[in-house]
Design a protein around this ligand. Sequence first.
Ligand SMILES: C[S@@+](CC[C@H](N)C(=O)[O-])C[C@H]1O[C@@H](n2cnc3c(N)ncnc32)[C@H](O)[C@@H]1O
Length: 462
Amino acid sequence: MQEILFETELNKIQEYEKLLEGYYPTQQDKYNALDLIDWDFKEFQTQYLSHKFHSYPARFIPQIPKTFIKLFTDEDDIIIDPFCGCGTTIVEAFLNGRDSIGNDFNPLACLITKVKAQLISEGDLNLLAKKLMELKRYVDSDHRRPEYFKKLPKRNISNLFNRDMINELCLIKEGLEELKAHHEIYDLGLVALSATIWSIIESENGVDIFVNFYKKISNMADIIKEMRSIVKKQPKAKVLHGDARFLEIDSNISNLIVTSPPYVNALDYYRVHMYNMLWLGMDYNGFRRHEIGGHSHFITNRFRLLSEYLADMLRSMIEMNRVLRKGGICVIAIGNSSLEYELIESYKHFLAFAPYLNFKTVKTIFRNIDTTRKYTSRDIGKIDDEYIIVLEKTNDININSRDDGFVEEIVTRQMREFEQKVQKSPGSSLRGKRVSEKRLKQNSGRIAEAIRLIPQDIKIKG
Ligand SMILES: C[S@@+](CC[C@H](N)C(=O)[O-])C[C@H]1O[C@@H](n2cnc3c(N)ncnc32)[C@H](O)[C@@H]1O
């Protein structure tokens, strides 16, 4: 039975690979090929090679970017991901021999992406191995108590870092600083340190810090060696620490964007990564100010988060149009969210933006997400489905992403449609909760207020 199952899985994978290698003379043939794919990718390995370096919330599976890269680009194309997170698209571009540009406002995301898409030389890896042995002696013999982080931000998990742990992490960090001149291995060391901090936060029974750090580096070094045998000619992977609403990327340079933007009211990435960023000396407050989809504000009227989010995403899509060439493809993967018991179908809003931005909708693909994966949020629960919208750029647009007038007009239309939908059938996302009619009626008033406040809420902050 096991063997039969194994064989079917193998067949599925082989079929998929064959489909990607096929010859498709026209763009329409390529679009048709998308219909032959089982987008749930249930039997597929989704964590391989450098995808394994560091965990990251709400990342998408590598098969999404891989499919579009293989079907729609050639080796001399540039692939862009304006919300690259831990670099899934960038790694896939790298593994498939394409240059790429990743962008994210989270400095930790940028660091992880950079490290995942580079092949460190054997010489540098040996230097790092030597440093690790030195570092081990250093950690074993040093009993100072530097307590650099006496003032950890007040959150429950600050209790996780006791004095000994703080000491050990500081010693590792100090040791790494001596490698700063060798920036590739220095960055790799920082990613391993950040992954170790993540293990501490996630672990219930404590972690042997140095052993964990050492293992992470050894695994990463082995993976880099393996990748060296796969990637013969190293493509360029540029990583920008920037705002997706104002990309520092030239116009008309790419044939393909594959991205998964933040969700509204789902995750505050700056909170998730606060400790990692703190240890790595990164500015998490700067990121907090520019993070799209965060929900630490507008506490009394959550629908204001929606208009703010739609404005941010509209600005980002204006930028996506600008960096793409005419005929280029823009692929956006996004799931539904929920606000005050109302369903937010973000992909429908993006599809409604498309015609204003000279994007033609090619297709919308629905996929189930493997619910065993950690992909949850306190506010919206488990995210178990995802929509992939495929848009084609038909022309340039003469609109700047800072154009508040345009953004206000389009967001107001979308919010009015949302208001009508909620009036017609309130409580579209109750998720098993019993909510009074009176409570749901309040939502209409809140949405009306959010619409009134659009001119001020869509303004760029900070
Ligand atoms: C859903 S995640 C992307 C995950 C990515 N596809 C991956 O596989 O790792 C959304 C990303 O948007 C980033 N982000 C939030 N606000 C941003 C902004 N204003 N500009 C650029 N990136 C932003 C977050 O830091 C997060 O990494």
